[in-house]
Design a protein around this ligand. Structure first.
Ligand code: PEP
Length: 249
């Protein structure tokens, strides 16, 4: 059985004080969450603070990105080893906002994935189509390309060591959520694609849904056979909403 994972992607929001308030709120209510593993992904500068607040708890933390290089003259980048140093378990990789605003390619994302694994982090590989791609019937083609960047390079074993997040771009931050059927269809497609390489890795890997998941729709989405939790943006910024999603998982 795959343990559900609910991870909050805080993006570039809040202050140091907000980060502490949010994580303390989550900590205070986490005991009521029975089944799901909980993780938060704050902005880089707050990782040390979060590490101090969460060390010794069951709540894990991670980054929103990682460098594709291991160390050296790469101004402004943060290596996987540094993130590990701050107690990170997870690293979000290939989020659509980075694909869009930072022109991240599949090849670059595959390198980031390798870096994360090499440092002992669990990469959370984001895949997902735009509205235009969906409307042109290209959803499977696009998510297959995103997945294959790792699956065909690093292999099924590497995929099994990570987490996948299916995040349709049209659902991110828009308030429009994929229906449970739409999401399940893509999740099943991704799992089958991994199964073609390794049945064991396909059964083990957690595939999260992300895109306007809220307390009101989380249970139905996560109740689908191939949906193993959520990657949460907006609703992760309010501890009560985030905890309600965790409890629904
Ligand atoms: C995200 O950006 O990963 C995300 C899922 O955002 P939201 O929940 O706000 O749609």
């Amino acid at each position: 059985m795959r343990q559900p994972l609910v991870a909050g992607n805080w993006k570039m929001n809040g202050s140091k004080a907000d980060a502490a308030d949010l994580v303390n709120g989550i900590k205070a209510g986490a005991a009521k969450v029975q089944k799901a593993e909980i993780a938060v992904c704050p902005p880089f500068p707050y990782l040390q603070l979060i590490e101090g607040l969460l060390a010794g708890s069951n709540i894990r933390w991670g980054s929103q990105d990682v460098s594709n290089e291991s160390d050296g003259a790469f101004t402004g980048q943060v290596s996987a080893r540094m993130l590990k140093d701050f107690g990170c378990t997870y690293a979000i990789i290939g989020h659509s906002e980075r694909r869009m605003f930072n022109a991240e390619s599949d090849a670059l994302i595959a390198k980031k994935y390798d870096q994360a694994l090499a440092a002992g982090l669990t990469p959370v590989l984001c895949v997902g189509e735009s509205l235009e791609e969906r409307e042109h019937g290209k959803t499977e083609e696009v998510v297959a390309r995103h997945l294959d960047a790792v699956l065909e390079g690093a292999g099924a074993k590497a995929i099994g060591l990570g987490v996948i997040a299916y995040e349709p771009v049209w659902a991110i931050g828009t308030g429009v959520t994929a229906t449970p059927e739409q999401a399940q269809e893509v999740h099943a497609f991704l799992r089958q694609r991994i199964a073609a390489k390794s049945q064991a890795e396909a059964e083990a890997v957690r595939i999260l849904y992300g895109g306007s998941m809220k307390p009101g729709n989380a249970m139905e989405l996560i109740g689908q056979a191939d949906i193993d939790g959520g990657l949460i943006g907006g609703a992760a910024l309010k501890s009560s909403d985030f905890l309600a999603i965790c409890a629904a998982a």
